[in-house]
Design a protein around this ligand. Structure first.
Ligand code: SAH
Length: 286
């Protein structure tokens, strides 16, 4: 079921400049996606604003002397910094999380047609009726996971719901090892192709049912669910290390973000944090 060992570390030989990413998610299908995330509606308001102008590369890459013609709108470090400032204003205080958000080029995880909206505070469709989570909630979940009484040290974390791979990329900057599971094969492939050019060595992507966790790789000192179930699967609780933290949206129409902490071999505590809205957690693979 999983592809552990076969796919990672990402092969550098496969790092090539591709003119367009994600053959798996044709743009037409993206435009027709009905996403349950209300934040997506907010994004539409930004459509009428002028597109940001600057450079489409990561911070570490040299800036072109003159703007180059590109298939996607050009996005600057300043636009990303503004997104991070907004996330901080919304209450995220953890400097390491904010720095990670500032370092990851979010526009590289959305379709070229939507990259002008990559830095608005909204979830956006990524195909297959799924979404890239809004920047605030990505930062908030990681911040909560890091507030672990261990100075934020995270050796091994698990993400359920890779989607386009964005949150996994952010996690890779705050944890030593990141495991991420996706149940929709084309999205697993999309995440691989999105992450490949970033050459991140500490992410391991798995295709499978995340509700089963990844017992062979655990225990994990952090687990994040990027999709909402009616409850957190028991098997995931068993895969937490003592002192580990799991952050998950729970509910159907009305969802809340829950923090579960494993306080001993047989004890877990549970705190409800805030309202949220995620796509549903589903069993099996497609
Ligand atoms: N982490 C992503 C968010 C993706 S949306 C980001 O960075 O923005 C949530 C994802 O969870 C979807 O791709 C969906 O297919 C996936 N998902 C839902 N149920 C799942 C399951 N049981 N196992 C693995 N992935 C699941």
């Amino acid at each position: 079921m999983t592809e552990r060992g076969k796919r990672f570390p990402l092969s550098l030989s496969s790092v090539v400049e591709k003119p367009a990413k994600s053959a798996q998610t044709p743009r037409a299908s993206l435009n027709n996606v009905a996403t349950p995330q209300t934040a997506t509606k907010n994004a539409a308001q930004h459509l009428t604003r002028p597109s940001p102008v600057a450079n489409a590369h990561t911070r570490s890459m040299p800036q072109p002397a003159v703007p180059v013609a590109s298939q996607r709108p050009l996005v600057s470090d300043a636009i990303r910094a503004a997104m991070v400032a907004r996330v901080a204003k919304q209450g995220v205080r953890d400097g390491k999380v904010l720095a990670a958000m500032e370092a990851v080029p979010r526009h590289m995880f959305v379709e070229p047609g939507l990259s002008g909206q990559a830095y608005v505070d909204a979830s956006l469709p990524i195909g297959h009726h799924q979404t890239i989570s809004q920047p605030y909630i990505v930062a908030r979940m990681i911040e909560v996971m890091r507030d672990n009484g261990n100075g934020g040290e995270l050796s091994r974390v698990l993400e359920i719901g890779t989607g386009c791979g964005y949150q996994a990329a952010v996690l890779s900057l705050v944890a030593k090892e990141v495991y991420s599971i996706e149940r929709i094969k084309p999205l697993h492939e999309l995440a691989k192709s999105n992450l490949r050019p970033l050459r991140i060595a500490n992410i391991r992507l798995h295709y499978g049912d995340g509700m089963l966790g990844l017992p062979q790789a655990g225990p994990f000192d952090g687990i994040i669910l990027a999709a909402a179930g009616l409850e957190v699967p028991r098997t995931l609780l068993e895969q937490m290390s003592v002192g580990g933290r799991l952050v998950a949206p729970v509910g159907e129409r009305h969802q809340v973000l829950q923090l579960i902490e494993r306080v001993s071999k047989f004890e877990w505590t549970n705190v409800t944090l805030e309202a949220c809205h995620f796509v549903p957690l589903r069993p099996g693979v497609v």
